[in-house]
Design a protein around this ligand. Structure first.
Ligand SMILES: *Cc1c(COP(=O)(O)O)cnc(C)c1O
Length: 370
C-alpha cells in the first residue's frame, strides 16, 4: 500500500501550522463532520488511531473485566488487544472462507453467558453481513462494535459500510485507503454517545480544550471520569480533509484494477481472488488471493515474486497464533488458519499500472505451469 499523498496535503498541513492552531481544533471538527457524512453516521469523534478508537468503543459499551468479547482471530492484532485494554477476555470466532469475516454462525458457536460484545471486522475492506450480524447481536442482547479500520469506501446493502452501525472505528494509518499519518475515527448515530466519546478521548473533560480556548468568556472545565488523551491534531485533520476528497476516486481506481486482476487470474488453476460478497462491495483495501490446490506453496510464491521485484505480502494474520496470545485457548479455527497460511496479498495501489499487473500475473502463471 502506497499512500496517495501530494502537494495538496502538504499545503493543508502547512496552513494548519501557520494558523498557530495545531492541536485538536476547528479542522478536527470539520473532519469529523465530513467523515461522518461520508459514511452515513450521525457523529464522528476523531481519535489518535483505530486502536484507541476500538478501546473507547468498548469503554462506551461498558465492557469490564470478566466479560467476554468475541473477535475474529483473523485480523490485525489490535482488534483483540483492544478487548484486553478494558480487562475483558477476547474469544476467537472463526471466519467464512469467501469473505474472511465472522458470520452469525461462527459468532454463535463461541457465544457463552459471559459474552457482552462482538467486535466484527470488515476484513481487508470486505464488508461483513451487517444486516445479519446487527440483527443477531440485538437478539442475543450483546453489543456490536464494527472494526471498520479498512472499510472507508466499502458498502453493504447499498450504503456505506458504517451506515447504521451502533459504533464503528476507522483507521487513517498509511496502510489504509486514506491517511492522516496516524489517526482514527469513531462513528455513532446518537448524540449522547458522541458526547461521551469526546470526553473519553480528552481526559474526561466536560468542555473541550478547543471550545475553552475559542470562548471569549472564562470557561471552567470539570473532569467527569478517568479517561485518556487519544486526540487527533489539527495538522492530521487538515491532511485527512484532503484525503477524504480523494476517497471515491481511489476506490473506483482500485475496483478497476481488482477487476482486471480477477479477469487475468481466472484461467490460472488454484488461485482464488477475493470478490464482492452478494450484499455489498469491497474497496479492495487488500486484494488477497487464496491458494486452493496451487502448484507452489504460499511461501514459494512470495519468494518467487520477491525475486522478480514484486512485493506481495503474506495474508491476514491470525492473532491466536502469535506469542502475545499463547495463553488463549481458542476452539478450532480451521478457516482462519487456512486463510492465514494459504493466502497472499498482491500489490494494489494508485501507482500500479497494467504493465505491473501483467508482470505479476506472468510470474504466477509460470509458477502454475512449472
Ligand atoms: C489497521 C487495523 C487496525 C489498527 O488501526 P490503527 O489506526 O493503526 O490503530 C485495527 N483493525 C484492523 C482490522 C486493521 O486493519
Amino acid at each position: 500500500m502506497i499512500p496517495d499523498l501530494g502537494e495538496e496535503e502538504a499545503q493543508a498541513a502547512a496552513e494548519a501550522i501557520r494558523s498557530g492552531w495545531v492541536a485538536q481544533g476547528p479542522r478536527v471538527a470539520r473532519f469529523e463532520q465530513e467523515f461522518a457524512a461520508a459514511v452515513g453516521a450521525g457523529h464522528g469523534v476523531a481519535v489518535s488511531s483505530c486502536t484507541t478508537g476500538l478501546h473507547l468503543a468498548l469503554v462506551l459499551l461498558d465492557i469490564k473485566p470478566g466479560d467476554e468479547v468475541i473477535v475474529p482471530s483473523l485480523s490485525f492484532i489490535a482488534t483483540a488487544n483492544a478487548v484486553r485494554y478494558v480487562g475483558a477476555t477476547p474469544v476467537f470466532a472463526d471466519v467464512e472462507l469467501a469473505t474472511g469475516n465472522v458470520t452469525v454462525e461462527t459468532v454463535d458457536a463461541v457465544r457463552t453467558e459471559r459474552t457482552r460484545a462482538v467486535v466484527a471486522v470488515h476484513q481487508g475492506g470486505v464488508p461483513f453481513d451487517t444486516a445479519a450480524l446487527r440483527k443477531a447481536a440485538d437478539g442475543w442482547g450483546v453489543g456490536l462494535v464494527e472494526d471498520a479500520a479498512c472499510a472507508a469506501g466499502s458498502t453493504a446493502y447499498g450504503a456505506p459500510a458504517g451506515t447504521g452501525a451502533r459504533v464503528a472505528a476507522w483507521s487513517f494509518h498509511p496502510r489504509k485507503l486514506i491517511t492522516t499519518g496516524e489517526g482514527g475515527m469513531v462513528t455513532v448515530d446518537d448524540a449522547a454517545s458522541a458526547t461521551r466519546l469526546k470526553r473519553l478521548r480528552e481526559h474526561g473533560m466536560n468542555v473541550s480544550a478547543a471550545d475553552r480556548h475559542a470562548s471569549k468568556q472564562p470557561v471552567l472545565e470539570a473532569y467527569l471520569e478517568t479517561a485518556y488523551n487519544y486526540r487527533m491534531t489539527d495538522i492530521q485533520a487538515a491532511v485527512g480533509l484532503v484525503q477524504l476528497g480523494k476517497l471515491a476516486g481511489l476506490v473506483a481506481q482500485r475496483r478497476q484494477l481488482a477487476a482486471r486482476y480477477q479477469e487475468l487470474l481466472a484461467d490460472i488453476d488454484g488461485l482464488v481472488p477475493v470478490r464482492d460478497p452478494a450484499y455489498g462491495q469491497t474497496n479492495y483495501q487488500s486484494f488477497w488471493v487464496l491458494l486452493d490446490g496451487f502448484r507452489a506453496s504460499r511461501d514459494e510464491v512470495l519468494t518467487e515474486l520477491a525475486a522478480r521485484g514484486v512485493s506481495a505480502r503474506r495474508g491476514i494474520m491470525a492473532a491466536h497464533l502469535e506469542p502475545a496470545y499463547a495463553d488463549a485457548t481458542p476452539g478450532p479455527l480451521p478457516v482462519t488458519e487456512r486463510i492465514t497460511r494459504e493466502s497472499l496479498i498482491l500489490p494494489l495501489h494508485h501507482r500500479l499500472t497494467e504493465t505491473d499487473q501483467d508482470h505479476i500475473i506472468g510470474v504466477l502463471r509460470e509458477l502454475a505451469t512449472r
